[in-house]
Design a protein. Structure first.
Lengths: 444, 174
């Protein structure tokens, strides 16, 4: 059994040693064995729609230029001059055909090729300019607009890595026929807690009532009932939804149809209008069961190691995190939306989204507070070494508020850090997706 | 004595000084209410159709309502924000942060319709959980004259921070 992750299915117990949240040695192992070996989210294709548009980003700790080159090809360029290492691009976003290092003037085309260096004649015949372009991650791949990089030369295919989590990306990408768009504006903020605590929290259906009590009270003050999108089916299951192990460390917690609106502030009219508009469009393109999943469920999904999508009726957030220290995390949040929705709905959703999410929202600061309090509590890790994540262990289809997604994350973490392979849990996505609950008529 | 040619400009200058003084006193008063967590009284400084915006740090000039800003509150949500912040279950602010606001470089311009467009610089020191956070930026106000004095119809706090660190909870009013 590994030193850090203990699972005992007979005793329905799953626990994680708190050392993993505090140890600099563990962080170094995570960088080598996880961040340097897995597919890391870079950005969404819609962020750089026009040729020559670029933005700077940090991917697994590396500064990169995420750019659409002059030929329209997406590129991820390592932002360090091949000459002496200075960052060649210092503007956070914009349009450029070339990037010129200001130190000695080496200039690169936006596909990475070296096009100019001052006093080039001084370099001998062994200097091969064609091999001196900006370096790139060994692998970059896109899945339906979501762009990932992998720094492991021996990495396998992105689609294989994503396993069943690609179905959850489909449920986002399928919302727009012309392509989902990232909304301008990035939430970039730090928290004083370990990055894995936010991965856990991002798929945690257990904390909502306690941590976000004031958010629900605000909803009630405004006369908003939960579950506005549709009346609940009297034959619906007793649980709110399912926790699903998507394999390879990815997992989701997904509501049953009609249970998606728990956090939506949209008025009845807005909700009905939006539901009708989206439903009609989707019904042209997908079968009714898929339409139900796309438009009428809520889902929080984690993609190992550090990417999250939270797809709720009022908006879709993308989120990544990067550990700058064991107890410090840099968090980046974006919104992605369906550009076909009309302006009024777009603004209503955007308002709702930022009222809930982000540093100034009425919910996210309380999440961050909880995680920072955990980090402080870990000072007792010698006397009280274990965090417990046993809720719902052993159920065939764990509920939305069970801790299956966190366990799925930790099993993969454990496999990569400690080399121990534990079996998957629960019912796989294709089987959950085939349950009768999704067959309820969309037209009702 | 007959009026001299200097009277008119002199009185305009005095008027401007009085307005400047009035606006500064208003902003200082507002800061005091916020630092003392007298948020219900602070809310009374706003008009019924007010708005409070905090743009995303990477889009300081972004159009509110079309960008993923940090805060975009109308009157209703501003009231709810205040109600929430006064509860012990608003975990991020319980116990409350200690704050101290420095408001400087106040610039006042008369705007159309008798209102005032005000810019000011701010530095807000916030202490909580043994962490010091400094929020620095610029305010933009639209103030209007109402019964009982000036009221805020628009208030935008634009942060100069590129990334919200060392910690990112904008759970106080900035």
């Amino acid at each position: 059994m590994s030193q850090f992750v203990e699972e005992d299915r007979a005793a329905t117990t799953f626990r994680v040693n708190r050392e993993v949240f505090t140890s600099p040695e563990i962080l170094e192992l995570e960088r080598q064995l996880i961040f340097d070996k897995t597919w890391i989210f870079v950005g969404h294709a819609s962020e750089i729609l026009v040729p020559n548009s670029f933005l700077l980003r940090r991917v697994a700790g590396r500064p990169v230029i995420f750019v659409r080159d002059s030929s329209g090809q997406l590129q991820v360029l390592l932002n360090a001059c091949r000459h002496r290492g200075a960052e060649v691009c210092r503007v956070p976003s914009g349009e450029a055909k070339t990037f010129t290092c200001f130190y000695h003037g080496w200039a690169y085309r936006n596909n990475g090729d070296l096009v100019h260096l001052p006093d080039a004649g001084a370099y001998g015949p062994g200097f091969d300019r064609s091999r001196m372009g900006l370096d790139k991650p060994p692998h970059v791949a896109e899945y339906r607009g979501f762009v990932f990089a992998n720094f492991d030369p021996d990495a396998g295919r992105l689609e294989d890595y994503l396993a069943d989590s690609r179905y959850l990306l489909d449920l986002i990408a399928d919302q727009s026929e012309t392509g989902m768009r990232v909304v301008p504006g990035v939430h970039s903020y730090w928290m004083n807690a370990n990055w894995k605590l936010l991965m856990e929290n991002s798929v945690d259906g257990y904390h909502a009532v306690t941590v976000h009590q004031t958010y629900f009270e605000m909803m009630m003050n405004l006369g908003v009932r939960p579950g506005l999108a549709r009346p609940q089916d009297p034959n619906a299951p007793k649980t709110r939804g399912a926790g699903i192990d998507l394999r390879h460390g990815h997992a989701t917690t997904m509501s049953w149809p009609g249970r998606a609106g728990a956090l939506a502030l949209l008025t009845d009219d807005h909700a009905k209008q939006m539901y009708a508009a989206r439903q009609a469009d989707l019904a042209r393109r997908f079968d009714p069961r898929q339409v139900e999943k796309i438009v009428n469920t809520a889902r929080n999904t984690l993609y190992f190691p550090n990417f999250v999508t939270v797809d709720l009726t009022f908006g879709i957030q993308l989120r990544t995190m990067w550990p700058t220290a064991p107890d410090t995390t840099e968090i980046t949040g974006w919104l992605i939306t369906d550009p076909e929705l009309d302006d009024e709905l777009q603004e209503a959703r955007l308002d709702n989204a930022l009222t809930f999410w982000g540093p100034g929202g009425l919910a996210t600061p309380d999440d961050v507070e909880a995680l920072e309090q955990c980090q402080r509590g870990f000072a007792v890790r010698r006397e009280s070494p274990w965090s417990n994540l046993s809720k719902g262990l052993g159920r065939d289809v764990p509920d939305m508020s069970d801790e299956l997604p966190q366990r799925a994350f930790w099993r993969e973490w454990n496999r990569r850090i400690c080399g121990e392979k534990l079996p998957y849990e629960g019912t796989p996505y294709p089987e959950v997706a085939a349950l009768p609950v999704y067959a309820s008529a969309s037209a009702s | 004595m007959s009026p001299t040619s200097l009277d008119r400009p002199a009185s305009a200058a005095v008027d401007a000084m009085l307005v400047q003084r009035e606006v500064e006193a208003f902003l200082y008063r507002e800061s005091e209410l916020l630092d003392e967590w007298r948020l219900e009284e602070w809310l009374d400084l706003f008009t019924e159709d007010c708005r409070y915006d905090v743009p995303a740090p990477d889009r300081p000039r972004g159009t509110a309502g079309q960008t993923f800003s940090l805060i975009h509150d109308g009157r209703t949500m501003l009231e709810q924000r205040v109600i929430r912040l006064k509860k012990p279950t608003a975990h991020a602010e319980f116990p409350h942060s200690r704050t101290r606001r420095m408001i400087t470089n106040v610039r006042v311009e008369e705007s159309e319709g008798g209102g005032l467009d005000v810019k000011a610089n701010f530095a807000i020191h916030r202490y909580r959980n043994w962490t010091h956070v400094l929020f620095v930026g610029e305010y933009l106000y639209r103030l209007v004259r109402a019964e009982g004095g000036l009221k805020i119809s628009y208030r935008r706090a634009t942060l100069d921070l590129e990334v919200l660190n060392p910690e990112g909870k904008v759970s106080i009013i900035i």
